[in-house]
Design a binder for this molecule. Structure first.
Ligand code: KIV
Length: 264
């Protein structure tokens, strides 16, 4: 069973960490069978499972519901749950209460939250409450309104320096790992060598200590366009659509069910 200290200790081992999002029994069963190191119940659930245009409408109850489903099928991987928008922006005490729901109700091993030096008070309160925390810097989707869209971050010299400062500050505050999303590869390399905890990249190039993808992107589960950093390893949407089309054709032609598929 993967633990937070074992995950953290992989920094510098030369063995990249494998993190994948999971939202339900099906995605968890596949990711577990493939042997991922961490299951991340991302607030991306709002976009890939709940049909929203952003992660902003996702609630604590949504996250608890999906985290419980993942937890029921989890066997070996670390289980980390995303703190949704406004679950940690309204004060450290509320953030601890919210994070504790993931631990108590869904058996989570820790939480992830977006932000840098602006979230130090919350990060420290969570760590003080014995809740392991993963940071998330760069293209932080909960800041979509402020960023004016999903754009690569940290291209300007001062923004790049600020990101490295954020990475150092949240490491100091006690995060056990940091997601680096949507930043140039050389900046991800700089941040990775600056901090003592593993960095997990998504759209951040090959120098991070591990990689994460949204499972729907990796498996082609939706027909939507995907960002440049995604590599598709399957086309499940096309495969599913074709299977359903064949079944519907058989039903309409009265070829399904056969006697073999019926009770005598
Ligand atoms: O919400 C999410 O799925 C995430 C990962 C993509 C890192 O934050």
């Amino acid at each position: 069973m993967m633990t937070v200290p074992a995950f953290r200790a992989r920094k510098g081992s030369g063995q990249p960490l494998v993190v994948l999002t999971a939202y339900n029994a099906m995605t968890t069963a596949a990711a577990e069978a493939a042997g991922v190191d961490m299951l991340l119940v991302g607030d991306s659930v709002g976009m890939v499972e709940l049909g929203y245009d952003s992660t902003l409408p996702v609630t604590m109850d949504d996250m608890v519901h999906h985290a419980k489903a993942v937890s029921r099928r989890r066997r070996e991987a670390l289980l980390i749950v995303d703190m949704p928008w406004l679950s940690f922006h309204v004060g450290a005490a509320a953030a601890v209460e919210n994070a504790a729901r993931f631990v108590r109700e869904a058996g989570a091993d820790g939480v992830k939250l977006e932000g840098g030096r602006n979230r130090l008070e919350v990060l420290r309160a969570l760590v003080d409450a014995e809740i392991p925390v993963m940071g998330h810097l760069g293209l932080t989707p909960q800041s979509v309104l402020k960023m004016g869209g999903y754009k690569v971050q940290g291209r300007a010299t001062d923004a790049a320096a600020a990101l490295v400062e954020d990475a150092l500050a949240i490491t100091e505050a006690g995060v056990f790992s940091i997601v680096l999303e949507g930043i140039p590869s050389d900046l991800a390399a700089r941040a990775t060598s600056a901090v003592a905890v593993p960095t997990i990249g998504i759209g951040a190039g090959p120098s991070c200590d591990g990689q994460v993808l949204v499972i729907h992107d990796l498996l082609g589960m939706l027909p939507d366009a995907v960002p440049k950093f995604v590599r598709r390893y399957a086309e499940l949407h096309a495969t599913s659509t074709e299977a359903i089309r064949r079944w519907a054709e058989d039903v309409r032609a009265k070829k399904f069910p056969s006697n073999d598929e019926s009770y005598g």
